[in-house]
Design a protein around this ligand. Structure first.
Ligand code: TTP
Ligand code: MG
Length: 355
C-alpha cells in the first residue's frame, strides 16, 4: 500500500524565534549568527533579510555589507532546543513514526490517519495549526508518497506553505526543477551536470540509467529514480512509542475508592483520546499505583480485542484497580496505560485521498 509522508520544516527557524521573543524585531531583517567583525557566519536570516540576499552559511561580514541596517543577534541554542522539543511532542501526538532530521524538521508517516473523510493535507494543516498554537511559530509542510518528494514539496511554498505532490503533478514539478535543487545534487555535481547540458529535471529524465552511472557512479542510479518520482518512504525511526499512559499524583495520600475511581475514569478517557488521535488500539491494560510509602504496584490484563474507547479502557482499569488496591492502604499516585499497540485499520489509498 502506498504511504503518506509529511515533511515539516519551520520557517526561518532561529530568526522567527528571535522575532517572537523580541516584538520590536518583527517585520524587520533579523540575522542570527556569529560575530559580524571577524570570521562569523550567518546561521539563518528572517524572510525580510533574505530580500537583501542574506542567507545561511554566508560570512556575517558579507551579510553586513548587503544589509547594514539589519538586526544582528547571537544564537540562543537553549531556546531553540526547547522549542524543538515542543514541536517533536506535537509530531508524536499524531504518529509513532517520526524521523527528525534536525532541530526544525522531520518526516512523519501519517498513512494510518488518512481516509476518505480525512485527507493527508488536512492532517498536515492540523499539525501546523497545533505547532502554531503551542509555539506561536509558523512552519511549512510537504505531503507526498515518499520522503524526498515530501521534502521538495515543503520547500515549494515557504513560508506558511502546505504543498502536495501527487501522481498527477509530480512529473510536471520535477521536470521544471533546476538541477541544483534536486536532493543529492551539490555544488560540484551541479557544475558537472551543467557541463553535460543537464539543467533541469526534464534534461535529467532524458538520460539512460547506464549513462548516468557511468558519469556519476552509484549516485547515477539514485538520480535516475529521483527524476521519475521514485524514492523510499521508509522512515528511520529509532524510538517507537509502544504504549500510551496517563497518571495523576495526588496532593496528599488518598483512600477514597469513589474518588480514586473517578480519577481513573478520567485518565482512561485521556488515554483513549490520545489513542484515537493516532488511530491506534491496544491489547494490554495496566493499572499502576504508588502507596503512601512510595512502593509501586502494577497489575495488567490482556484484552480479548484491541481496545481504544475510554469506557472499555476504564472497564479493565476498574477491575485491575480492585485487584491491586489494598483496602487499608492509602495511595499517592494512580495511572493507567494501554500497550501492545497496533494501527486500527488499513485501507487502500488512491490519488483522490490527496485532493
Ligand atoms: P533551515 O530549515 O535550513 O532554515 P530556516 O528554518 O532558517 O529557514 P527556512 O526553512 O524557512 O528556509 O535550518 C534550520 C535552522 O538551522 C536555521 O534556522 C538555523 C540553522 N542553520 C544553521 O545554523 N546553519 C545553516 O547553514 C543552516 C542551513 C541552518
Ligand atoms: Mg527551516
Amino acid at each position: 500500500m502506498e504511504k503518506r509522508i509529511i515533511h515539516i520544516d519551520m520557517d526561518a527557524f532561529y530568526a522567527q524565534i528571535e522575532q517572537r521573543d523580541h516584538p520590536d524585531y518583527r517585520g524587520k531583517p533579523v540575522i542570527v549568527g556569529g560575530r559580524s567583525q571577524s570570521r562569523g557566519v550567518v546561521a539563518t536570516a528572517s524572510y525580510e533579510a533574505r530580500k537583501f540576499g542574506v542567507h545561511s552559511a554566508m560570512p556575517t561580514r558579507t551579510a553586513y555589507k548587503l544589509c547594514p541596517d539589519g538586526i544582528y543577534v547571537r544564537p540562543r541554542f537553549d531556546v531553540y532546543k526547547s522549542v524543538s522539543k515542543e514541536i517533536m511532542d506535537v509530531f508524536l501526538s499524531y504518529s509513532e513514526l517520526v524521523e527528525p532530521l534536525s532541530l526544525d524538521e522531520a518526516y512523519l508517516d501519517i498513512t494510518h490517519l488518512v481516509s476518505r473523510e480525512r485527507t493527508a493535507k488536512s492532517v498536515a494543516l492540523n499539525i501546523q495549526r497545533d505547532i502554531f498554537e503551542k509555539t506561536h511559530l509558523t512552519s511549512s509542510s510537504g505531503i507526498s508518497y515518499n520522503k524526498y518528494l515530501a521534502k521538495i514539496a515543503s520547500g515549494m511554498n515557504k513560508p506558511k506553505g502546505t504543498t502536495v505532490i501527487h501522481h498527477g503533478n509530480v512529473m510536471e514539478i520535477l521536470k521544471a526543477m533546476p538541477i541544483g535543487k534536486f536532493p543529492g545534487v551539490g555544488r560540484v555535481t551541479e557544475e558537472k551536470m551543467k557541463s553535460l547540458k543537464i539543467f533541469n529535471g526534464e534534461d535529467l529524465h532524458g538520460w539512460d540509467e547506464a549513462d548516468l552511472v557511468r558519469e556519476f557512479g552509484k549516485r547515477g542510479s539514485s538520480l535516475y529514480r529521483k527524476a521519475r518520482g521514485i524514492g523510499t518512504s521508509e522512515l528511520n525511526v529509532d524510538r517507537v512509542r509502544k504504549s500510551v499512559g496517563k497518571e495523576t499524583t495526588f496532593d496528599h495520600d488518598v483512600n477514597d475508592d469513589e474518588y480514586i475511581l473517578k480519577v481513573l475514569e478520567e485518565l482512561s478517557h485521556k488515554v483513549s483520546e490520545n489513542l484515537d488521535r493516532r488511530q491506534f488500539a491496544g491489547r494490554v491494560v495496566t493499572v499502576k499505583l504508588k502507596t503512601h510509602d512510595y512502593k509501586t504496584h502494577t497489575k495488567q490484563m490482556m484484552t480479548t480485542n484491541p481496545i481504544f474507547k475510554g469506557d472499555e479502557i476504564f472497564h479493565y482499569a476498574y477491575n485491575l484497580y480492585h485487584e491491586v488496591k489494598e483496602p487499608e492502604e492509602p495511595i499517592r499516585l494512580i495511572g493507567v496505560t494501554v500497550s501492545h499497540l497496533e494501527e486500527r485499520s488499513y485501507r487502500n489509498l488512491t490519488i483522490y485521498d490527496f485532493l
